[in-house]
Design a protein around this ligand. Structure first.
Ligand SMILES: [Zn+2]
Length: 354
């Protein structure tokens, strides 16, 4: 099963913003650029597993249901039973889809060759998956440790990451958080208003913006706690209004990979509704926790609800088959219908719900 994962890793690494956008906005059906057909995507990164990010950022994210990725170095703890390490695994298990653990290498000490890099992430990645209760090949987001020696070529790095089911995280510049009263130009994001500029860019340009933090109200390179709260309130409001999708680092990568691989074919618009086929869905190859792609359909403006169902699917279980045939209802607003494509559906049928 190695080869498909290499292909998958290549797809994950190559998922880009450029290949999107073949279908016009008024097409009968299109794959949404971002989950829920949000205008833009945002990811929040918390590096180094700081105690302040655990106490000050994690509960705030959980309370609002906004995902964040916490990049840990296993070697910084006193063994796997260390309660300061165990608490991260407990949080990830208790809040799936919100608390994500990311690989920041075992020791954060840099590497002098590709073999050492492979050792670092094999050990750290296995630990993080165990802590979070994930399968051993579930993709993880990887963050390069800063300010250390890194003697690995880009090609070597890409191969090691692919071999270990890890994906280099999306760049975060210029969204690098630092102290409110600081004057280091590297850490130029100091307030909620600074972060809002990144959110505005994501919305206006359809971009994926990533923000990086270390300490939150404590530890090192600390972002102000009140500003962090204000930032999450702003972000939560934008999510609620359907303007932004906040996804973990690995989920936005996986969403983009699935989106770019999907092809919607034999689209038939009739008096009754809309029918089409789905090809190229990577499904669970992207991991058991991968987000499903969002589809957006144009239907007659007088529809208020629609039934979405399938007669053509890849699973054999009677229960799943019955569920696909029965389908589900979706509200329609101004002739626009938005839903997440269920796993295994190859044909989709949209009809007005009576
Ligand atoms: Zn770091």
């Amino acid at each position: 099963m190695k080869a498909p994962h290499h292909l998958l890793a290549a797809a994950l690494a190559a998922a880009s913003l450029s290949s999107f956008g073949a279908a016009p906005a008024d097409a009968p059906v299109r794959v949404a650029r971002w989950k829920g057909d949000a205008k833009g995507a945002v990811s929040l990164y918390y590096d180094d597993g700081t105690g302040s990010s655990f106490h000050n950022a994690l509960p705030s994210l959980v309370r609002r249901g906004l995902p964040g990725t916490f990049y840990l170095c296993g070697g910084w703890f006193g063994g796997e039973d260390d309660p300061n390490l165990q608490r991260w695994g407990k949080a990830a298990k208790e809040h799936p889809g919100v608390v994500f653990l990311g690989d920041h290498t075992w020791a954060h000490g840099g590497v002098t060759n590709a073999a050492q890099f492979a050792e670092e992430i094999a050990r750290n990645g296995a630990l993080l998956r165990r802590l979070a209760g994930l399968p051993e090949d579930e993709p993880l987001s990887f963050a390069l440790p800063g300010a250390v020696r890194w003697d690995v070529t880009r090609e070597e790095q890409a191969k090691v990451l692919a071999d270990h089911h890890e994906v280099l995280r999306h760049p975060f510049e210029p969204n690098i958080a630092g102290p409110k009263d600081g004057n280091n130009p590297t850490f130029s994001m100091r307030t909620a208003a600074d972060a809002a500029k990144a959110f505005d860019r994501a919305e206006k340009e359809g971009r994926w913006e990533s923000l990086i933090f270390h300490g939150i109200g404590g530890d090192w390179i600390a972002f102000d706690l009140a500003e962090h709260e204000a930032m999450l309130d702003d972000l939560g409001a934008r999510v609620k209004a359907g303007r932004l999708w906040v996804g973990s680092a690995i989920d936005v990568h996986r969403y983009a990979a699935a989106r770019d691989a999907l092809r919607l074919t034999t689209v038939e618009v009739s008096e009754d509704g809309l029918d089409f086929r789905v090809e190229g869905d990577p499904g669970q190859q992207l991991g058991v926790t991968a987000p499903r792609p969002t589809l957006v359909c144009s239907v007659p403006a007088d529809w208020t609800r629609a039934r979405v169902r399938s007669e053509l699917f890849t699973f054999g279980s009677k229960e799943l088959a019955d569920r696909a045939r029965k389908g589900f209802e979706v509200p329609v607003s101004d002739g626009r219908l938005v839903f997440d494509l269920p796993l295994g559906w190859v044909g989709v049928s949209i009809r007005k719900a009576e």
